[in-house]
Ligand binder design. Structure first.
Ligand SMILES: [Zn+2]
Length: 82
C-alpha cells in the first residue's frame, strides 16, 4: 500500500490542526507533522450531527417502548379479568 508523504519535506506523518483564515475564523486542516505544510482541508461541518441523529433515534425508540408498555399493561389488565 502506498504511503502518503508531504509534498514539501517527504515526511509521512500528518496531524490535524486549526488554521486561521481571514483573521479570527479557523478551519481544521491536515498538515505535515514535521514542516506544517497543509495537505488538505477537513470538513468543518456540524460535528454534532451524528449525535443529534442518534438522539432522534433514541427518542423514537422511547416513544415505541412507551406504546408497547401501555399495550402490555392493557393485556395484563384484561388477563386479570379472566
Ligand atoms: Zn513536510
Amino acid at each position: 500500500m502506498p504511503v502518503s508523504t508531504c509534498g514539501h519535506c517527504k515526511n509521512a506523518a500528518f496531524e490535524i490542526a486549526m488554521l486561521a483564515v481571514g483573521g479570527s475564523e479557523t478551519h481544521p486542516v491536515l498538515q505535515c507533522a514535521t514542516c506544517g505544510a497543509v495537505a488538505g482541508l477537513l470538513d468543518s461541518g456540524d460535528q454534532t450531527a451524528p449525535l443529534k441523529a442518534q438522539n432522534d433515534r433514541i427518542a423514537t425508540l422511547q416513544t415505541e417502548v412507551r406504546a408497547l408498555r401501555s399495550a402490555f399493561e392493557q393485556i395484563a389488565h384484561q388477563l386479570e379479568r379472566i
